[in-house]
Write a protein that binds this ligand. Sequence first.
Ligand code: BMA
Length: 328
Amino acid sequence: MKHQIYGEELKNMPYESHPQGCDSPIWRYSKNPIIKVNPFKGASRVFNSAVMAYQGEFIGVFRADTNTGIPYLFLGRSKDGINFTFDEKPIVFHDKDGNPLKMEYGYDPRLTEIDDTYYIIFCTSNHGPTLGIGKTKDFKYFELVDNPFLPFNRNGVLFPRKINGQYYMLSRPSDLGHTPFGDIFVSSSPDMRFWGEHKLVLKRAWSWWTSLKIGGGPAPIELDDGWLIFIHGVTNTCNGYVYSIGAIIVDKDDVSKVKYRCDDYLLTPTENYEISGFVPNVVFPTSVLVDGASGRIAMYYGAADSYTCLAFGYIDELVDYIKKHSTI
Ligand code: BMA
């Protein structure tokens, strides 16, 4: 392995080796989708969700579109990272005084562990869609940070450690609807509550597949010489938006500085479960497991706003590919 990876060994994570004839450094699980429609009572679709290794098994915060049509966040558990059982009721968040909060909606969660606390970053409402920050130490009791971001904003992605004493969050300022624009910004905070020093990281439209908007995906992966960040990129067609998966590498200390930006997408909708569903032509990455020993990765992505899928890769191949296909 050329690149040092900072994760722990994850022997039991799902993985399949690179199929012959596949040019991309990311390849799909042969048994996709891993979560099909109507996966549990009251939930019609589970997708765009975040999984992490936890106590020798796997835990996830899942976006489930419920029978009211409204998405909420549910916990799921798995021994193998593929077959999940879900809680019957959505996660209940509490304010700092311990009062349970009523949530209008919650969707597209990302999960990040920092210093024994697990942070759930997701889209929720503060008089319009914006970022929610939930936290838990045990996946039993959940607290919500009091309105950390202004509306309208989506795709909050927290770096998995403090950098120079500050927390860093990627986000994508947006509008009230299905935002036809969007670039990635970074904000910092000393305490997870007050966020500022907002800086542009990356503008859209360096390629056709990112022509409309871009957004951060799973929590960044620390390498010896930077942070590997998967993103989604969106283009418009006469038949609607198309979401693809791409990647960038940013500077290790100044995360607003993009060192490499892959010109090509890594995955674009081509399979039936990606091109056909509730919202066709969407692949949307939200979490990645990394085996620190081998450099293997397993990426969870939502397909067609209907299914949860897996794709695999290998850090060295990915980094080489991104550098080779970057024109900056
Ligand atoms: C975005 C988000 C995602 C969704 C995508 C495609 O704006 O709402 O949850 O996957 O649109 O519908």
